[in-house]
Design a protein around this ligand. Structure first.
Ligand code: SAH
Length: 251
């Protein structure tokens, strides 16, 4: 029997309209979809009525299925001759462990096709009217992961500051450590930032404040995952798109 293919598909940040045409086609035709928790229900609703949907939702510090078991599941289904759509929030190759799944599949002799998605940073930028680069404010942009594991070992020096934008994924829980780390690296306490929660979803919120107030902002506003922290002067530019909804941090 011929192996099936594993399609690593980016589901984008939420809104089904932000799927690529290829992702939408694969989701609509797939007999089997293995998805994580960030994929919007409206996107899963596009699947065939007889499709099998398997959730391998990951919550911070609580993995429903360990990564090696996810990889093994994808491979065994493909080896049984089924095409598998592995659906991930955002882009599969940006903090999505798509690389690990691809490498294991290749090692097992299974074909992989990757379909890019709009990563949360791009979705949040567009939805909040915050350009990640701007000729007057930033010509460098970096994406980092702010979750606990290894945070203090990561070298972020030079990634944030004047003329550059730092986008932090998975940083809600560690916001106090992040603010401390960046200021210890020499970043000004009044460096502006924005927190974009639920980007590209109806319940999106955009909060702004100076770096030193990040922990208070996250706590006072009870910011929930998924949210991104965007640090840099681009977040303080005139922004008609969010002016009405914007909540300035008092500190
Ligand atoms: N592969 C995904 C990222 C997965 S890591 C991508 O490319 O976007 C999960 C983190 O992504 C979340 O903790 C959050 O920081 C960010 N994220 C995902 N969807 C988001 C959304 N709709 N709004 C804000 N942040 C989001």
């Amino acid at each position: 029997m011929q192996n099936g293919t594993i399609f690593l598909v980016g589901a984008g940040p939420g809104d089904p309209d932000l799927l690529t045409l290829r992702a939408a086609r694969l989701i609509k035709n797939a007999p089997l979809i293995v998805h994580d928790g960030l994929v919007d229900p409206a996107i899963l609703a596009m699947a065939r009525s007889d499709a099998q949907l398997i959730s391998v939702a990951k919550k911070r510090s609580k993995h429903t299925l360990p990564q090696d078991e996810i990889n093994a599941l994808l491979i065994s289904e493909a080896k049984a001759g089924r095409d598998v759509v592995r659906l991930k929030g955002g882009d599969p190759f940006v903090f999505g462990r798509g690389g690990e799944e691809m490498e294991d599949a290749h090692a097992a002799g299974v074909r992989v096709e990757t379909v890019p998605g709009i990563s949360a940073a791009n979705g949040a930028a567009a939805a909040s009217g915050i350009p990640l680069t701007h000729r007057d404010s930033a010509s460098i942009v970096s994406f980092v992961a702010g979750q606990c594991k290894g945070l203090s070992d990561q070298d972020w020096s030079g990634l944030a500051g004047v003329g550059r934008t730092l986008v932090i994924y998975m940083g809600v829980k560690t916001a106090p450590l992040i603010a401390e780390k960046l200021m210890a690296d020499g970043l000004a306490p009044d460096m502006p930032l924005a927190v974009v929660e639920n980007a590209c979803r109806p319940e999106m919120r955009v909060l702004r404040g100076p770096l030193a107030a990040l922990p208070d902002l996250v706590e006072a506003e009870a910011v929930q995952s998924p949210a991104l922290i965007i640090i840099g002067e681009v977040t303080a530019r005139p922004n008609a798109a969010i002016a009405a909804a914007l909540q300035e941090c008092a500190a």
